[in-house]
Design a protein around this ligand. Structure first.
Ligand code: IDD
Length: 610
């Protein structure tokens, strides 16, 4: 019969050894190369033995491409890989940090900061399984998720991608990996890459960004995490213990540095600690052009970057465009003895281990049989449940007043006012990593979803209540109309952002949010709902507000907010992060000696379903 490595009945290591032994240096280096979709024609994949392709944020085959178009694209590329001499299948990877975010009409779940507030690892595992199905619906078997950062400073633009400031809560939420990849069967081997390959309904995952991405000074993205080794181990490393035990297939290295040493060049942490101490057996992938950023300015000495990155222990390089330069330079470094073949073989062995384990050799092609999974109602219902459980009630009635929430669905002949930009803005309620890298404001054809305003209307108009919406009501409007409003719901917050674009040192509610709060809450009983990627400055408005809800970045299922505001469900969410009084206190996290929060970690008022 055929070559041993093609025989799925042979032991994993025998298949790896057989295939590795047949590979040329060019074929090995090809496996270590991940290129951007835009460059990945079947011919390029074939000619350079490319082992992996990615969609960077927003990189799609066409605007609003349906699952069938994604499947065709992936399969055409796969044809290029399978037509090589050894026919090693290529692995297509994409970001899916709150659902299949790049894909039109996918279910967009709450970002991780909100999932942390649910305190529900089982729910989060179910979300992982649903996301895996939606990703597979488009023919993709690998995602760059979960982010297991422990964000220690909300001024960081990626804080919403972190489940919590508390390492233990992040550790608990690594259950999402078992959702993505499937649960290791009882008696199955833990701590080695596992993807339930039989069902083809799971995906290989990626714990990121290794390590200390959430601990950079001042929350400056991709900057320097200054800490003792003990602090690194106790604050930022714990989620990787759980990820490895759960069989995470890959780990992505962080752009950041640890005590001045770039993580992408950190042999001690990548090889000695992750690969040897934690015995991680999957593959380590760089971030996008991560090798280039080893030098300042970036790409100043690509040969040096490649030498440091590959010797540090990076196995697969997210190139994404200058793949011929990468391949030529790495080839040179191996041929001149700078990089030993043993390092190359370790990298390729790990990549092959993941590809064999996840069944990619047996099932290299996708089909459209799961197309119906994309955005299906059961997943939207799951996301709506997650929205409900992610909401944190921070205030419910002024001192001496009776609680404002749950709100009555009837306004007794009056109307209710919904105010604020974020009540009617699907893009803002989804946040970054939605359709495009940075996300976008507005509703126009962004994707399929329910705005917070839609959810409110569906909840109370059937009860005969008249809903008036004003995005930015001025004081005059409120004074002229205040008598007609039984109460007001004010929804304000941040615009979408991702990575460095989200770095922010003042954390104030962007204008005109504060004015809307003042104008409305000064005259009408109000509940303020904040839609944001993190805690924001609220103390100056707190006395004027009757009730305050943190909604984070809820995603497409905005009806979950009305479900809880009107008492169909009670508030149960608990803060996954410390809510500061002022930014001068930052960083300030649970467990710190000086801890003077406005609302402490774990805080959350509760209401009963009405
Ligand atoms: O999208 C792929 C990866 C993603 O998985 C990582 O979490 C994230 O750090 C990241 N930044 C860029 C990226 C950054 C700047 C310009 C272009 C792309 C690309 N990526």
């Amino acid at each position: 019969g055929g070559a041993r490595y093609k025989d799925p009945t042979r032991p994993l290591n025998a298949r790896i050894d057989d295939l590795l032994g047949r590979m040329t240096l060019a074929e090995k280096i090809g496996q270590m190369s991940q290129i951007e979709r835009e460059k990945a024609t079947p011919d390029v994949i074939n000619k350079y033995f490319i082992g992996s392709v990615l969609s960077g944020g927003g990189s799609v085959p066409a605007a609003n491409a349906p699952p069938e178009a994604w499947v065709k694209m992936v399969n055409d590329m796969q044809g290029g890989a399978l037509s090589t001499r050894l026919g090693i299948p290529m692995l297509y990877g994409i970001d899916a940090v709150h659902g299949h975010g790049s894909v039109y009409k996918a279910t967009i779940f709450p970002h991780n900061i909100g999932l942390g507030c649910t305190r529900d690892p089982e729910l989060v595992k179910r979300i992982g399984a649903a996301v895996a199905l939606e990703v597979r619906a488009t023919g993709i078997p690998y995602i760059f998720a979960p982010c297991v950062a422990v964000c220690r400073d909300p001024r960081w633009g990626r804080c919403y991608e972190s489940f919590s400031e508390h390492p233990e809560l992040v550790q608990n939420m690594t259950s999402i990996i078992s959702g993505f990849q499937g649960e290791i069967p009882a008696g199955g081997r833990k701590g080695v890459p596992f993807v339930a390959s039989g069902g083809r309904r799971n995906v290989a995952a990626c714990a990121k960004h290794y390590v200390g991405d959430g601990g950079t000074a001042g929350g400056i993205n991709a900057n320097d995490t200054v800490a003792t080794f003990h602090e690194l181990l106790s604050l930022h490393m714990p989620p990787y213990y759980n990820a490895v035990i759960r069989g995470v297939a890959t780990v992505m290295v962080s752009y950041s540095s640890f005590n001045g040493v770039k993580m992408h060049a950190n042999h001690f942490l990548v090889t000695d600690f992750l690969k040897k101490r934690l015995r991680f057996r999957g593959f380590v992938i760089s971030d996008y052009q991560g090798l280039d950023f080893i030098t300042t300015p970036e790409h100043a000495d690509y040969l040096l970057s490649i030498k440091l990155g590959i010797l540090a222990g990076i196995d697969m390089v997210m190139i994404p465009f200058n793949y011929t330069e990468f391949i030529d330079d790495l080839t040179l470094l191996v041929q001149n003895g700078t990089i030993p073949m043993s390092r190359i073989d370790d990298a390729v062995r790990r990549i092959l281990r993941v590809k064999f384990t996840m069944g990619l050799f047996e099932n290299p092609y996708a089909d459209t049989s799961l197309a119906g999974e994309l955005g299906k109602q059961e997943h939207r219902d799951l996301a709506r449940e997650a929205v409900r459980k992610s909401l944190v009630l921070l205030k419910n009635g002024k001192p001496g007043d009776k609680p404002l929430l749950p709100l009555p669905k009837k306004a007794y002949g009056g109307s209710i006012l919904v105010a604020g930009s974020h009540a009617d803005d699907l893009g803002s309620q989804c946040g970054g990593w939605t359709i495009t890298w940075q996300g976008s404001t507005g509703n126009n054809n962004l994707t399929a979803g329910t705005t917070i305003l839609d959810g409110i209307k569906r909840a109370i108009e059937p009860a005969g209540t008249d809903v008036v919406y004003a995005g930015n009501p001025d004081a005059d409007f409120v004074q002229r109309n205040k008598a007609r409003f039984y109460y007001a719901i004010v929804v304000v917050g941040e615009p979408p952002y991702a990575e460095t674009f989200g770095d922010n040192s003042n954390l104030t509610i962007p204008a005109p949010g504060p004015d809307v709060i003042r104008n409305v809450c000064g005259s009408i009983r109000c509940v303020v709902v904040i839609v944001s990627g993190r805690q924001l400055v609220v103390e100056p408005y707190l006395d004027a507000i009757d009730a305050l809800v943190a909604a984070w970045l809820p995603g497409t299922e905005g009806q979950g907010i009305a479900d809880v505001l009107f008492g169909d469900y009670g508030f149960t969410g608990k803060l996954s992060r410390t809510w500061f009084r002022s930014v001068e206190q930052l960083p300030m996290n649970v467990g710190d000696a000086h801890y003077d929060p406005l609302f402490p970690f774990g805080f959350g008022l509760e209401t009963q379903p009405s």
